[in-house]
Design a protein around this ligand. Structure first.
Ligand SMILES: Cc1cc2nc3c(=O)[nH]c(=O)nc-3n(C[C@H](O)[C@H](O)[C@H](O)COP(=O)(O)OP(=O)(O)OC[C@H]3O[C@@H](n4cnc5c(N)ncnc54)[C@H](O)[C@@H]3O)c2cc1C
Ligand code: FES
Length: 279
């Protein structure tokens, strides 16, 4: 983990309300999917507290990114890309930043999903912005011995605008099963429905999930009932991000009255380990 000043390389709209941001950063060569960073503006205009964001992609060497006019720009960089949704003051201010702006970056932080030996068939389950670390996971798994046929992505959102990275997954050859609550794209309804149906005929060795807590709870229950190992990346409000403030504590199921810190012990947990994952 290191704290450094980072420069924004690009900060471009993805779908309405979502942005991709490339930033410089040293020390991310060995970062793993599920790990995150925290960001702060290096002035006193706030917000005061650092905010956590998953590592969406590692940038190594040459990168090409289209600018807002659609022209390709070549970057020679070490750093990371983040994918974020505008929800409040920090992300609103972030979305207004241009290339060249400087941020305070701390990371890489936390643990990762893991890619256990013997986990050959892997389902990824993403809800909305939960796709951010799972895209990194998909690329990582392909680089570490899995083939595109080993992976299937189940991705859900309220509307089509909440479905991100579909093309990128398809380009990698990974099967994509989308669902939207309003029926605007993919299956109508919750993404857990096609996941449940598929598990009955095509049992994976591992499920990795990231999204809102109710979705993670549903995925954990499906996995528990089918006795499939399940890793969930949990989002809580964070203050320090390094285990010093107790702001991110969640109750665990493994020991009575025991708490885990999402920033230090997570953000990725076994689906059976947390009380909030119980029905
Ligand atoms: C480990 C981790 C990884 C994350 N990765 C990403 C990512 O890749 N992309 C992304 O867009 N966001 C991610 N988040 C969430 C992101 O940190 C928050 O959206 C951000 O802090 C909001 O700041 P804000 O000032 O814009 O909004 P705030 O005013 O702080 O929040 C706006 C609303 O969102 C709620 N909220 C804030 N933070 C969270 C949270 N962590 N979980 C649930 N609700 C929250 C608040 O209660 C409030 O209702 C991650 C969070 C964690 C803990
Ligand atoms: S955010 Fe401070 S202990 Fe986790």
């Amino acid at each position: 983990m290191r704290q450094q000043q980072t420069e924004i390389l690009w900060n471009q709209p993805a779908t309405p309300g979502y942005f991709r941001m490339g930033i410089t950063g040293e020390g991310y060569e060995a970062a793993k999917p599920g790990q995150f960073v925290t960001l702060r503006f290096p002035d006193d205009r706030g917000p005061l507290l650092r905010r956590p964001f998953s590592i969406h992609r590692r940038l190594r060497g040459k990168e090409v990114s289209a600018d807002s006019e659609g022209a390709d720009t070549l970057y020679r960089v070490h750093g990371i890309e983040l994918l974020y949704r505008v929800v409040g003051p920090f992300t609103r201010r972030l979305s207004e930043q241009r290339a060249g702006a400087v941020l305070d970056l701390l990371g890489p932080l936390g643990n990762w999903f893991g890619l256990p030996e013997g986990a050959d068939r892997i389902f990824l389950a993403a809800g909305g912005i939960g796709i951010a670390p799972l895209f990194f996971y998909g690329r990582y798994a392909l680089m570490h011995g899995r083939s595109p046929d080993d992976l299937t992505l189940f991705v859900g959102g309220r509307t089509e605008a909440d479905l991100l990275c579909l093309e990128e997954f398809s380009e990698m050859g990974i099967e994509v099963i989308p669902a939207t609550e309003d029926g605007g794209a993919g299956r109508k309804g919750l993404v857990t429905k096609p996941l449940e149906e598929r598990i009955e005929t095509d049992r994976p060795d591992l499920i990795c999930a990231c999204g809102p807590i109710p979705m993670l709870r549903a995925v954990s229950n499906l996995a528990r009932n089918a006795e499939i190992p399940c890793r969930v990346s949990v989002e809580t409000i964070m203050a320090c991000g390094i285990g010093a403030c107790l702001g991110c504590a969640v109750e665990t199921d493994s020991k009575a009255d025991a708490y885990a810190h999402v920033c230090k012990d997570g953000p990725v947990f076994d689906g059976t380990d947390l009380k909030i994952m119980n029905p």
